[in-house]
Design a protein around this ligand. Structure first.
Ligand code: AMP
Length: 291
């Protein structure tokens, strides 16, 4: 791929125009990468764009705050948005095309078809956020149809989401390669998230309890602990000690299919969701893996 063959940057808002453009790109023999996001980009998102740039001829960034993955009492209306700022950050990472549809374009009146990944959608975030993963699977399927990617990039930060999308792609024969990229963190360890913008200063300090909990459990694991209840207790201690933090869940499950385990014998993922003030944050770590 030479610089000369890079495409001029463009923004597409109309889904039909997006699909037509993607079909043209495929006909021209271009390898397409897509990075789906809800915008308000941070370095975690940009790491996905850079990985996509290295793996494809055309990098498509999608920005869409998807209403169907938010519950009625969640933060859809106040979710942070900054399209101009996002494009200014994304373009130096080598994005060729930004697909920024609106809600009316993506959901026709009376839309009633949803994709459910029956088992993987159930535990962890699925318990607290009923319907969330049907919204996620459906919008990702729609974005795949419209952008026709060969490869798609997601963050390990949303561990259950990647597991679910991999399963959907396999089960429904999408033929899209799914790449999961490592969690990008602030210097002090807090996992980057668009929702970190909601945190007041004291909440921002207490939010470190999530990464501290993961580190505590990983230290116990490194010291030989394999009992799931003991590892979860180690992870919970910093969370329970932070007054602004309310644990939603701390779970340790099989890293591949997210089934429940009682003893760690293979690869296992420790996942935390916690409210810090009113803000719900998530983080995770595969025990014994590089953080
Ligand atoms: P979002 O805009 O929150 O829907 O995230 C869009 C994509 O960026 C998802 O695949 C996320 O997993 C990924 N992402 C979000 N935060 C991070 C992070 N801190 N490190 C790596 N990827 C991330």
């Amino acid at each position: 791929m030479t610089i000369a063959s890079r495409l001029p940057f463009e923004i597409i808002r109309d889904p039909a125009a997006m699909r037509a453009r993607a079909e043209d790109l495929r006909r021209d023999g271009r390898r397409i990468a897509v990075v789906p996001t809800m915008g308000y980009l941070h370095d975690g998102h940009l790491s996905l764009l850079r990985a996509a740039r290295a793996a494809a001829d055309v990098v498509i960034l999608t920005i869409f705050v998807n209403p169907t993955q938010f519950g009625p009492s969640e933060d859809l209306a106040r979710y942070p948005r900054d399209e101009a700022g996002d494009l200014a950050k994304a373009r130096p990472c080598g994005v060729d095309l930004a697909f920024c549809p609106d809600v009316a374009g993506m959901y026709a009146p009376g839309a009633q078809t949803f994709i459910e990944v029956r088992e993987l959608q159930r535990p962890m975030c699925g318990e607290t956020r009923p319907g969330h993963f049907a919204g996620v699977a459906t919008i990702v399927a729609k974005l795949f149809h419209l952008t026709q990617p060969h490869v798609a990039f997601f963050g390990q930060k949303d561990y259950q989401q990647v597991a679910l999308i991999r399963r959907m792609v396999r089960d429904l024969d999408f033929g899209v390669e799914i790449v999961a990229c490592p969690i990008v963190r602030e210097a002090d360890g807090l996992a980057m998230s668009s929702r970190n913008a909601y945190l007041a200063a004291d909440e921002r300090a207490q939010a470190l309890a999530l990464s501290h909990g993961l580190a505590a459990a990983d230290a116990a694991f490194a010291a030989g602990e394999r009992d799931v209840a003991a590892l979860i207790a180690a992870a919970r201690a910093p969370l329970d000690a932070a007054p602004a933090v309310r644990v939603d869940y701390v779970e340790l499950r099989d890293a591949d299919d997210l089934t429940a385990i009682t003893t760690v014998t293979g690869r296992a993922v420790l996942a935390i969701a916690a409210f810090v003030g009113k803000t719900r944050l998530i983080d995770n770590r595969v025990l014994g893996a590089k953080a």
